[in-house]
Design a protein around this ligand. Structure first.
Ligand SMILES: Nc1ncnc2c1ncn2[C@@H]1O[C@H](COP(=O)(O)OP(=O)(O)O)[C@@H](O)[C@H]1O
Ligand SMILES: Nc1ccn([C@@H]2O[C@H](COP(=O)(O)O)[C@@H](O)[C@H]2O)c(=O)n1
Length: 528
């Protein structure tokens, strides 16, 4: 198993104004003999590309088939052929690669060379804009070849490959020199001649196994050009949402508060809700009161959002023996009863939360108060400094969402303090859809929506995603809650909130809601 650490600066938008993916990931397949330098070439490509969006490298070695105990014993005696195409689970390899190319999540197997066995755990991968895969037979299968945007073959002198393999397998794979030579003559060399070398005819470029910096430069120039052509920009389209909304308002009066948008649910402005919001808008409100009322609003909002989950009839018998015909959630969630005896963890819970860092925090606490033991994941999305485009920098999704089989039955409360340009919301929803969560199962819970912001495009792109919010402001400039980055002044004392004194000195005297302290920039890191 190879250990590859890659860093990049995040995933850019890979979708259009309609919310659909615009481009697939760019996929490179690198084949060549064992120890020809395939991994080296892959790493050099990543290094030369520098700060481009997220890249992942993975090896065909991960797809060696599961071996029976007898096969493992044969392998230890160098009597198992690992160089024949039948040793590799090609259909699974193609399936995982197709998922990554289609910008969907995948779980790839992990293989142990010392145990000659596929391990039980898998490696979850998602979100790479460039995917590089390498293996002796990476160009062998026609289904794999169809997936590559660029096919590379690393051609190396056989003596050099053997010398490199001896050195590597002794130090990294726990082999003896005798064993390596035995295996080489019996399987590795014949297979190279019969199966590996013939695939060089499919390659777009043949790269030498040493002194290959010129070839790598050429490859990188090609990749950069391809990525430039594919580059999409979403932010400007979101920013001009206002006028278009005005046009649609003239055509139809359905954007009035009395008749909320179909997929934007503004909770009724009762005196109770108005009271909370008045406290929050009041610049004289103390820090303690501000935190108290934000928490109260979060809980209230989550309760109202719960109304949009499916319910089913349930009959119970009261302590006096009378039947009561009530309702229960049809999502296998255990809702807090308010009693001191808390229900046990409900592993079957279909409801999870995903908090958009860093302002989803108060809503996260609200969700925990309402639903016991709810799994809550997070997404970190930040704007690219030059273009303002959102970049997906980090994701930690609940297990249910990461599992291909469970995601379609999962309900997700997506939590963020406000929707302004909607760039983060756009990306967060796209991430959930890529994982197989249906639009109908996504409920975006937010305190505040800027009516003339990107929400117009957002609700058109994802008409079946419900947005539950407590207030709608006219435009971006009227936000009474604002999220600022960690580099903002006066970082929060404990809870991501600023004191009123600090708020007053904030832009235009507006309440500034500061992100949680201690959250540094998180770059993408993929370990394989
Ligand atoms: N261009 C190169 N120059 C010098 N050493 C190299 C070069 N390419 C590979 N190597 C060395 O050869 C060994 C095998 O390379 P690796 O990339 O792991 O092979 P493969 O992935 O094809 O099995 C490694 O120790 C690596 O450092
Ligand atoms: N259990 C195993 C599985 C595979 N091999 C050898 O690995 C070689 C492929 O890996 P590279 O990194 O060199 O491309 C292949 O030639 C197999 O012989 C092994 O020794 N044990």
């Amino acid at each position: 198993m190879k250990n590859t650490l890659l860093k990049s600066h995040g995933r850019p938008p890979w979708y259009g104004e309609d919310g659909l993916p615009l481009t697939d990931a760019f996929v490179i397949g690198i084949a060549g003999g064992s120890a020809s330098g395939k991994t080296h070439v892959a790493r050099q490509i990543v290094q030369s590309l520098g700060r481009i969006p997220s890249i992942v490298i993975f090896s065909q070695d991960s797809f060696y088939k599961r071996n029976s105990p007898e096969e493992v014993a044969l392998a230890h005696a160098n009597r198992k052929d690992f160089d024949h195409p039948d040793a590799i689970d090609m259909p699974l390899f193609a399936e995982c690669l197709a998922d990554l190319k289609g910008c969907r999540q995948t779980n790839i197997p992990i293989y142990s060379f010392s145990e000659h066995q596929r391990l039980d755990e898998t490696k979850y991968l998602y979100g790479a804009a460039v995917v590089i895969t390498e293996g002796i037979l990476a160009l062998h299968d026609p289904k794999l070849r169809e997936l590559y945007d660029l096919k590379v073959f690393v051609q190396c002198d056989s003596d050099l490959m053997l010398a490199r393999r001896i050195r590597r397998d002794v130090t990294e794979r726990g082999r003896t020199v005798d064993g390596i030579l035995d295996q080489y003559l019996r399987y590795v060399k014949p297979s190279y001649d019969n199966f590996v070398l013939p695939t060089s005819k499919y390659a777009d470029i043949i790269v030498p196994g040493s002194d290959n910096s010129v070839a790598i430069d050429l490859i990188c120039t090609h990749i950069r050009r391809q990525l430039k052509d594919r580059k999409s920009s979403l932010k400007p389209q979101l920013a001009v949402a206002g006028p278009r909304e005005e046009q649609s308002r003239q055509a139809s009066p359905y954007l009035t508060p009395a008749e909320p948008w179909q997929n934007l649910i503004v909770i009724p402005e009762t005196p109770q809700l108005q009271g909370i919001i008045t406290m929050l808008r009041d610049m004289r409100t103390s820090r303690e009161d501000f935190i108290f009322f934000v928490d109260r609003l979060a809980t209230y909002l989550i309760e109202r959002a719960m109304e949009h989950l499916p319910h089913k009839p349930k009959t119970v018998v009261t302590p006096v023996g009378v039947e009561y015909h009530g309702q229960e959630l049809d999502a296998h969630v255990s809702v807090s009863s308010g009693s001191s005896i808390r229900p046990r963890i409900n592993m079957a819970s279909k409801l999870v939360g995903v908090s958009i860092l860093r302002s989803g925090g108060p809503l996260e606490r609200g969700l925990r108060r309402v639903v016991n033991n709810v799994a809550i994941g997070s997404l970190l999305i930040q704007s690219e400094p030059k273009t303002g485009e959102p970049l997906l920098l980090h994701l930690a999704l609940p297990q249910r969402v990461r599992e291909r089989a469970l995601a379609p039955q999962t309900y997700v409360f997506l939590l963020d303090a406000h929707i302004g340009t909607a760039a983060s919301a756009f990306m967060a929803i796209r991430v959930l859809l890529d994982h197989g969560v249906p639009q109908e199962h996504i409920i975006f819970v937010t305190f505040l929506v800027a009516k003339l912001g990107g929400v117009v495009v957002l609700r058109k792109a994802f008409p079946r995603v419900r947005i539950v919010c407590s207030a709608v402001d006219e435009g971006l400039s009227e936000r009474w809650l604002e999220v600022v980055g960690t580099d903002g002044e006066g970082l929060a004392d404990g809870d991501g909130l600023r004191s009123p004194e600090m708020s007053r000195s904030g832009p235009e005297g507006r309440r500034v809601w500061v992100v949680e302290p201690g959250m540094g920039h998180i770059g993408d890191r993929y370990y394989l």
